[in-house]
Design a protein around this ligand. Structure first.
Ligand code: ADP
Ligand code: MG
Length: 571
């Protein structure tokens, strides 16, 4: 029977609705994402159910989500042919919030009162995406028919968000849910959600990869049939040659290629998606398409660009990871999924168990996210370690300086990243040498890994500090990246061999003859007197061979290059 019932929202649910309704939160677009994601979930569910109950779909087998903005009525409608809801389910899912009584919920509400920006977090954290529609609507009508129930057993739910909602049994010809929003009067900064272009853009931005078609009647110009075109005596058209027609179009590309099996996706598709994602015109250097299954399921599609972007070292640079949950976009620039030293990696991570409105603060502590990050980092290292030399060197030319940051920012993977570092050396003749190769080539009596830092290879090669090392035929790493100064502060040894600056401290290559020391004392005293302000000490050195003298520092002093860097950065 079609008896209409009125239900009261629980006090705290109403409080939350008041927050949402009165919110000045500006990013109201997300209501659409929420409704689309609910529709997509509902289709997922019925599709899943049909696996075991094939009859349940009837002839309504073409899944879709249909949007219907109406500028005259000022309404916005979204329908799906998903699983729908029975009356009990409506009461359970739409009228209440499972976590509404909990302390965490109350606390989050209290906080959100003072801060508009916390509202989406509140919406997300407590799984109340549906209510976000009250940001844009004065009144919401939901009509739903559960899969497998009769047409006259559909349910209509109506609320203006002012304390109560009504339910009644109605007729609905097809399975699924239709939600109609009576839109609020638009403020001057608000978007017009009845404008097809506004809707189109929001869908593109947030829901492009939803795997069901999101359709809408779109106004298009269609050529008039020839006999309807009015022409002059020369056959030239006078007036209109086209007419406006409404045509249903699919707004999303549906290309969730990361959820497809990698054997099915063509190289061009991978490439096109990379370009779409990165706005890069070049093809990527490498890609990594991963699927993790187990307690939590997630997909990842990662790319390494072939060229470093210009803003790789600027503070405003954005990370390249887009986060999705079940093909619904959550956020881009997701720094939480990738360490800084992999900030050049572009791609998508789609984790089914993530909350759509999860905030960045929460992401940082989310165990799932921490886990995903760990796995992705591991896979990226595997990829880099397996790359062929030529390609790896190409990669290293572009991103080596960034990768090396990990040596001092990620102590747990210091040795691994050091293993991926490459340097030119006094013996490499412009080729990249790994630390492993260096160690392999060490002379029998060589105990340390020698390096020197500076900004120019040529200057380093001719440095007087290296004379004795060259004579002994010891190889020296020539470090010319600014980050190397930080690298050597944190990487004090590799493969059990200490790293030693060729320009600092005692090299202990040969002991200096003490009797000779005596002989030069007078000269040293004279030099020290003349340069008093500038130097600490004058000593005989085992470092030089052809040159008479050189400036060097104590083991713990800043290097000459570091001093230059600090000066350049104004310190
Ligand atoms: P969440 O999606 O996080 O569960 P929502 O507030 O978005 O929270 O939705 C609440 C519940 O309402 C959903 O879990 C689902 O059971 C039900 N629901 C919402 N929209 C639909 C729909 N279009 N079809 C079927 N069920 C829906
Ligand atoms: Mg939802």
């Amino acid at each position: 029977d079609a008896k209409k019932e009125t239900h009261q929202f629980k006090t705290e649910v109403q409080q939350m609705l008041n927050l949402i309704i009165n919110s000045l939160y500006s990013n109201k677009d997300i209501f659409l994402r929420e409704l689309i994601s609910n529709a997509s979930d509902a289709i997922d569910k019925v599709r899943y159910k049909a696996e075991t109950e094939p009859g349940i779909l009837g002839d309504d087998t073409e899944f879709k989500i249909h949007l219907k903005p109406d500028a005259i009525k000022q309404t916005f409608e979204i329908s799906d042919n998903g699983i729908g809801m029975t009356l009990d389910e409506v009461l359970e899912n739409i009228g209440t919030i499972a976590k509404s009584g909990t302390a965490a919920f109350m606390e989050a509400m209290e906080q959100a009162k003072g801060q508009e920006t916390l509202i989406p977090e509140l919406i997300g954290q407590f799984g109340v995406g549906f209510y976000s529609a009250f940001m844009v609507a004065d009144k919401i009508t939901l009509v739903t028919r559960a899969a497998g129930t009769a047409a006259d057993q559909a349910v209509k739910w109506v609320s203006t968000g002012d304390g109560s909602y009504t339910t009644e049994t109605v007729e609905k010809a097809t399975r699924g849910t239709t939600i109609t929003l009576e839109l609020k009067k638009k403020g001057k900064d608000d978007k017009d959600f009845t404008d097809q272009w506004v809707i189109r853009n929001i869908v593109k931005q947030h829901s492009d990869f939803v795997s069901y078609p999101i359709t809408m009647e779109v106004e298009r110009d269609e050529p008039l049939p020839d006999e309807e075109i009015i022409k002059d005596k020369d056959g030239k058209p006078i007036g209109a040659t086209t007419r406006k027609v409404m045509r249903e179009e699919t707004l999303n590309s549906m290309k969730a290629i990361w959820t497809r099996s990698s054997s099915e996706v063509k190289d061009e598709e991978y490439e096109e998606f990379y370009k779409h994602l990165s706005h890069d015109w070049n093809a990527p250097m490498e890609r990594l398409h991963l699927k993790f299954e187990g307690t939590t399921e997630y997909h990842a599609l990662l790319y390494i660009p072939s060229k470093a972007p210009f803003d790789l070292f600027t503070p405003e640079r954005r990370h390249g990871i887009h986060l999705y949950s079940k093909r619904v976009f959550i956020m881009d620039d997701c720094k939480e999924l990738m360490p800084e030293y992999f900030r050049f990696v572009k791609g998508v991570v789609d984790a089914s168990d993530l909350n759509l409105n999860v905030s960045r603060e929460i992401l940082q502590q989310d165990r799932l996210v921490i886990n995903i990050r760990k796995n992705l980092v591991k896979k990226l290292f595997d990829l880099l370690e397996k790359m062929e030399d030529e390609k790896y060197n190409q990669f290293y030319d572009e991103f080596g300086a960034v990768l090396k940051e990990g040596i001092y920012t990620d102590p747990t993977r210091k040795e691994k990243i050091a293993g991926l570092a490459r340097y030119k050396t006094t013996k490499s003749e412009d080729k990249w040498v790994s630390l492993d190769d260096y160690v392999k080539n060490m002379a029998a009596d060589q105990k340390e890994i020698y390096y020197i830092t500076g900004d120019k290879l040529s200057a380093l090669l001719n440095s007087p500090h290296l004379e004795k090392l060259k004579e002994k035929d010891f190889e020296v790493l020539l470090m010319t990246d600014p980050v190397d100064e930080w690298v050597v502060q944190s990487l004090t040894e590799y493969d059990g061999k200490p790293l030693k600056s060729a320009e600092k401290g005692d090299l202990e290559l040969d002991t200096v003859d003490d009797s000779k020391k005596e002989a030069y004392n007078a000269l040293f005293g004279f030099i020290k007197g003349a340069l008093e302000e500038k130097i600490k000490e004058v000593k005989p050195s085992s470092r030089l061979k052809d040159s008479v003298s050189c400036l060097s520092g104590d083991t713990w002093d800043t290097s000459a290059y570091m001093e230059k860097l600090l000066k350049a950065s104004g310190q």
